[in-house]
Design a protein around this ligand. Sequence first.
Ligand SMILES: *Cc1c(COP(=O)(O)O)cnc(C)c1O
Length: 399
Amino acid sequence: MHSDLKEIAESFGSPLYVYDEKVIKENYYGFKDSFPDLAVKVFYACKALSNISILKLFNSYGASLDCVSIQEVKLGLKAGFDPRDILFTPNCISESEYEEAIDLGVIINVDNLPTLEYLGMKYPGISLWVRINPHLMAGGNRNISVGHIDSKFGISIHQLPLLKRLIQKLGINVEGIHTHTGSDIIDPDIFIRAAELIFDVVKEFETVKFIDFGSGFKVRYKEGDAETNLEVFGRKFSKVFLEFCKEQDKDYQLCFEPGKFLVSNSGSFVSKVNLVKQTTSCVFVGIDSGFNHFIRPMFYDAYHQIENLSNPEGEKKVYTVVGYICETDTFAQDRFITEVRKGDLLCFKNAGAYCFSMASNYNSRLKPAEVLVKDGKAQLIRRRESLEDLLATQMELTS
Ligand SMILES: *Cc1c(COP(=O)(O)O)cnc(C)c1O
């Protein structure tokens, strides 16, 4: 898709997000196929990339959807998902937002006891999923641990006795047990230890049909990065899961909620070089974008590979790539890139997840366009914003 990228950016303009449907499809089916002898239910975590055309792709593959806000739920419904294939996994929202989701008929995943109590009283016999925080610290290293004791998410596994009491008293039908810790799973064994804790919770509720292990699958951003070996993980995890089903004499439905894993490497962000500026300490490359469009490098210190689409064969030099926002917005420091000239198009790789979906209008800048390449055809799936869009919600004082 390389030479195409340059052409696409030339025809749709810059800055631009471009996604490759083929990659998304391969990621989705590759994920499903990693769990031998199990039909895994995949809830695509749509906060990663929530364009309605992307949601429609996942619906066409037969995926389900994981949503963290009522707006994502409504987008999912608009994209054609059956309400029973939409899992609503919010945190710290108002009771009225839960009520709206219940009215829309989607699956409700509750992550705190006060809400559980409220919903149980208001809707006698309601079916719910429950989000558990297993607090498993692995090796004391935050990077590989799967749940922190100080995390705001989920109902603590230590509150299980209270949870059971409430469920029983309120007559709640617990259909699913859920956990999502947000950590990077590199070592499958650590995750399997978390699963064993969750199985102990599942055993406490006869009504459970779904066991959802959330996500946390790590992708590779650069050469030498560790990533989740899904084949190894899937094989080991399937075995443990099937053993649990056998032991309980029950066919539980295994669920996961990957976001990043499904879309990250499908996306590229293309931006044009406005300026090459040598200072006393380095050579800055200033591009027609900033953290308003692409915040991961500044927000998470994330590494995104950069290629010069306009000069792929050029001599490699060291550059510091920065944005045009009036704050320090450094995309990459001291990076080898083939010689950069004014007007060149730079491509940031792995820009499918948490890139456009985290874009803002800071500095009153307009959000970029999005293009999806499908069956060899590049199609606009979001037009570039205009000044009218920026003003659409603003009101001028009348007196
Ligand atoms: C964000 C999120 C995910 C997806 O996480 P990734 O790291 O993108 O795979 C899954 N489940 C829930 C509840 C989330 O909040």
